[in-house]
Design a protein around this ligand. Structure first.
Ligand SMILES: [Zn+2]
Length: 113
């Protein structure tokens, strides 16, 4: 994966998916690879459960934290499986809805998404 070079120690407030993936990679990659995808997926699902609880009755602060955790663990899984999320997102959603191809989805309500 690409090396992460930053002008400052922190990402600031405007963080792209690409920046996040590099940041997570730099902070945790060796530990993440040692843990492996299966064990990491369990952590991811645990965080999804915590997000569910926060959606149900969490404070705004707890919601923010759980969304951040779920995204961070998803990015971690992408790092372990060597998936470039920026490329994956651009391929799947960069031209609009994967179902109908429109920028404002016009798929029938009976279909996903
Ligand atoms: Zn659509």
């Amino acid at each position: 994966m690409k090396d992460f070079v930053s002008e400052s120690e922190t990402m600031g407030t405007d963080i792209s998916i690409c920046d996040l993936q590099k940041l997570i990679h730099n902070m945790y990659y060796d530990k993440d690879v040692a843990r492996g995808a299966e064990a990491t997926f369990l952590w991811f699902t645990e965080e999804v459960g915590e997000l569910a609880a926060a959606i149900r009755n969490g404070s705004c602060e707890e919601l923010q934290e759980e969304f951040a955790d779920v995204l961070a663990w998803l990015v971690t899984l992408a790092n372990i499986k060597d998936v470039d999320l920026t490329q994956a997102l651009a391929q799947k959603y960069g031209s609009g809805c994967p179902g109908c191809g429109k920028l404002i989805c016009q798929c029938p309500d009976s279909e996903k998404p």
